[in-house]
Design a protein around this ligand. Structure first.
Ligand code: COA
Length: 563
């Protein structure tokens, strides 16, 4: 079928559908929503059999939906209507939810239902759920709906009449007023639900240290207590704030924009508050907690399961600042000191990594110097993984990975990902040549021609396609909540396999031969020579592209053509 994907952003779900529909041999074109004339022109030129809208903030014009079957992916079960479905479901504490694919009509979300799929809502932030449980359900429902349209015989279920047994509930947009936290009265449970419902966007508007801030993300703190609303401690760039009956960790903040003031964006909480932050203790969490110890939230943690070491990390948005890279490198070195034969990197749900931290760079006094510091810290981490020859290293991607974050994964001996992962092994869209030793690892895995295609075309790759071309070694077909345990189990089998020791011995020999052929330092030097030029040339597209990305502005016309 010829399928036109229409979305307000080429976001994770749009990318996943784009990749999965192409895998199924459909002809797919993507159109950014917002310009009705452009949309009509694309429809006239591409002549799609169906239009599929995975994420829309604007309505489809009548002249399009009256001529062409237009399918809307709505993140709510049949009968649910409104623009804040998922936010409301999380804020209300729902644990079961769903996704509906319905036909566009004049009234929003009121068209006949082509397919629907239930999904669970475990206790995670909205964007995480959207990229995982909701995305799995949305893809299943959208593929079924496309199949039904293709059949030419399926009659969608109108949301009224004899076959309709659901209640229709239209719920309005969730405003900041409805998200507000009353720190003196709200228990931790309520605070966490509000924070999760607004994570990663729009955040919860609040007052802190004499200013107005949007709070992004929230995790329960088991031990620290204080006067409700008070800041108690910092940890890994996050701040801990007391609730009426406990405390929560808030990893990121965004200053409220003042009228006429500069645009603001999310930053690690400690960086965002800067000098406004009162003196607070850094409540370090042990990297490897003792049995029964409950240190609470941390972005990096290590544990062992027999001969398997599990180094888990989870950074908001998958972005890794200089500081994140350095802490993860220290944790990696700690893991290398442990008596294991397989080391699993990642294994958590959601993003593995999306490379250097573009927001922290944008906020730096000298973005070029910070870009440089960040990429060298990232390279130091990747170098350590590449140089590990005394055990097998597995990158376990529970979610998506992109740019340098994808190349970090490729430094391991094996790369495993979840069936729903979307991989973007390229840097071009950020105007960068890239580093992380990708010129060594990517062709080694997929061959020079495929590496050229991936980096030039700069398209998202589904897990299935990634396995087919050798970008990943294994795809785990499981839910996001089971990925970590499944990966740990498989790593245990790998460690116990008779071949493991031979592979470790062979790995050392291969690394030494590769080093003789061309030292790792030479790859790094060549990549960084290009990156240095891109960072330290103020007119290079990277700076404008980064700024557009961080401020969520459209990419300036013609800029990508220069990359
Ligand atoms: N630095 C800072 N923030 C980043 C980031 C990065 N490298 N990568 C992703 N994020 C943030 C996004 O701004 C977004 O924040 P929000 O939730 O507050 O809106 C969040 O992480 C999720 O990203 P989003 O773009 O919404 O997810 P997606 O699944 O639609 O797209 C990517 C994923 C990876 C394609 C896209 O985020 C991207 O291009 N990231 C930049 C990759 C890059 O060029 N890295 C630098 C070179 S190494």
């Amino acid at each position: 079928m010829r399928i036109l994907l229409l979305a307000s952003a080429f976001n994770s779900l749009s990318q996943r559908l784009h990749a999965e529909l192409r895998d199924r041999r459909h002809q797919v074109e993507f159109q950014l929503a917002g310009d009705d004339e452009e949309l009509s022109a694309t429809v006239a030129r591409f002549r799609p059999d169906v239009l599929l809208a995975p994420m829309l903030r604007t309505a489809i014009p009548q002249e399009v939906w009256s001529e062409l079957t237009c399918l809307i992916v709505h993140p709510g079960p049949p009968g649910d209507r409104g623009p804040s479905s998922l936010d409301r479901a999380i804020q209300d504490g729902r644990t079961e939810w769903g996704v509906t694919v319905l036909q566009a009509e004049a009234e929003m979300d009121a068209g006949p239902v082509w397919a629907a799929e239930p999904c669970g809502l475990p206790e995670h932030g909205k964007s995480d759920l959207y990229r995982n449980e909701v995305s799995d359900a949305a893809v299943a429902a959208a593929l079924l709906a496309v199949e039904r349209v293709a059949s030419g015989t399926y009659v969608p279920q109108p949301q009224h009449g004899p076959g309709w047994r659901r209640t229709v509930r239209t719920r309005p947009f969730l405003r900041q007023h409805d998200r507000r936290i009353d720190w003196a009265a709200d228990p931790t449970e309520t605070v966490l639900r509000r924070l999760r419902a607004a994570d990663s966007q729009p955040g919860v508007l609040d007052e802190l240290c004499g200013g107005e801030w949007f709070l992004h993300g929230g995790h329960r703190e088991p031990l620290l207590r204080g006067r409700p609303g008070e800041l108690l401690a910092t940890r890994a760039g996050a701040v801990c704030r007391a609730t009426s009956d406990g405390a929560v960790w808030i990893p990121e903040l965004r200053r409220r924009r003042t009228p006429g003031g500069p645009a603001t964006f999310k930053l690690p909480a400690v960086t965002a508050l800067g000098a406004l932050l009162p003196p607070l203790p850094e409540a370090l969490a042990p990297l490897m907690p003792d049995e029964g110890e409950r240190p609470g939230w941390s972005d990096i943690g290590y544990r062992e399961d027999g001969p398997v070491g599990l180094l888990r990390f989870a950074f908001p948005g998958g972005a890794m600042s200089t500081e994140h890279c350095r802490r993860l490198l220290a944790a990696y070195r700690f893991a290398l000191g442990r008596p294991t034969s397989v080391l699993v990197l990642g294994g958590g749900r959601d993003f593995f990594s999306n490379g250097i931290h573009l927001n922290v760079i944008e906020a730096a006094q000298d973005p070029a110097a910070e870009s440089w510091a960040n990429i060298t810290a990232m390279d130091d981490l990747v170098a350590e993984v590449l140089a590990t020859t005394d055990r097998l290293v597995v990158s376990a991607l529970g979610g998506n990975a992109a740019a340098g974050g994808m190349m970090l994964a490729l430094a391991a001996d094996e790369v495993w990902c979840r069936a729903g992962s979307v991989l973007n092994p390229h840097y071009r869209l950020m105007g960068l040549y890239g580093s992380e030793y990708w010129t060594y690892t990517l062709p080694r895995r997929v061959g020079a021609a495929e590496a050229g295609r991936l980096t030039e075309q700069a398209l998202p790759v589904s897990a299935a396609a990634a396995e087919r071309i050798g970008l990943v070694d294994r795809v785990l077909d499981c839910g996001p909540g089971e990925f970590g345990a499944n990966a740990a189990h498989l790593a245990g089998l790998l460690a116990a396999s008779p071949a493991a020791q031979q592979r470790i011995a062979a790995k050392k020999a291969v690394r030494e031969a590769d080093e003789r052929a061309k030292p790792l330092a030479a790859y790094r030097e060549e990549e960084l020579a290009v990156m240095r030029r891109q960072f330290f040339t103020p007119e290079s597209p990277y700076h404008a592209l980064r700024s557009a990305f961080v401020h969520k502005r459209p990419v300036p016309a013609g800029l990508l053509a220069r990359t």
